[in-house]
Design a protein around this ligand. Structure first.
Ligand code: E4P
Length: 227
């Protein structure tokens, strides 16, 4: 499973990329609007850090989306253009795809929409799981349905589980076989944590210190380097 960070913040991307398990970034207008950086600058800095960066159009008519989509795609080869799940969006997808631009269809909330996205040949489909859960619907059910339909026909569109709110969303999406999970930095950090890991490490270090008092440095070279 690929991990994307869902953020407009370049520092978060930098910190996550340092850990070696980050595959890309999804941005959206809401996330980028929180940052004190131009859209262009933020996307370019992210492209220097990860191989895939999703940048979203804000026009709502096909012509506007095509113009913006071309401009965003031209910024960097790592860019995937996000287009909303609308009929105008589909007109834009047809044109942009023919030009070799990779498309992520965003704001997907039903299996029927996801089926259309695959037929249109999008690179990614983004079902928003958390937003469905927010309205007492079942986000994971949507993900399961999409994966089942895509497998049935061998569609190549990659399923990008979006709007993930906590680590179990990521785990459940992985169990269902989502290609990608995009998550806020906080969720990414939470994936690393377990209280038993902290407690276990603490006990190992205390025991090591006690043994060192009796045995001296067990790894003398490393101990020298520390001093
Ligand atoms: C994905 O591309 C979207 O930016 C994102 O996952 C939306 O998440 P939210 O519902 O937490 O805003």
């Amino acid at each position: 499973m690929k991990f994307f960070l869902d953020t407009g913040n370049v520092e978060e991307v930098r910190k996550a990329a340092e850990l070696g398990v980050l595959d890309g970034v999804t941005t959206n207008p809401t996330l980028l609007a929180k940052e004190n950086k131009s859209f262009r600058e933020a996307l370019l800095e992210m492209c220097a850090l990860v191989p895939i960066v999703n940048g979203e159009v804000v026009a709502t008519d096909a012509v506007g989306m095509i113009t913006e989509g071309r401009e965003i795609a031209l910024l960097h080869p790592n860019i995937v253009v996000k287009i909303p799940m609308t009929t105008e969006g589909f007109k834009a997808i047809k044109v942009l795809r023919a030009e070799g631009i990779r498309i992520n269809v965003t704001l997907v909330f039903s299996p029927a929409q996801a089926l259309l996205v695959a037929k249109a040949g999008a690179y990614f489909v983004s079902p928003f799981l958390g937003r469905l859960d927010d309205i007492a619907s079942d986000g994971m059910r949507l993900l399961r349905d999409i994966i089942e339909i895509y497998r049935q026909y061998g569609y190549e569109t990659q399923v990008l589980a979006a709007s993930l709110r906590h680590p179990m969303h990521v785990v459940e999406a992985a169990k269902l076989g989502a290609d990608i999970a995009t998550m806020p930095y906080k969720v990414f950090e939470q994936l690393f944590k377990h209280p038993l890991t902290d407690r276990g490490l603490d006990a190992f270090l205390k025991d090591w210190e006690k043994a060192r008092e009796v045995l001296g440095d067990i790894l003398p070279e490393a101990a020298k380097a520390k001093k």
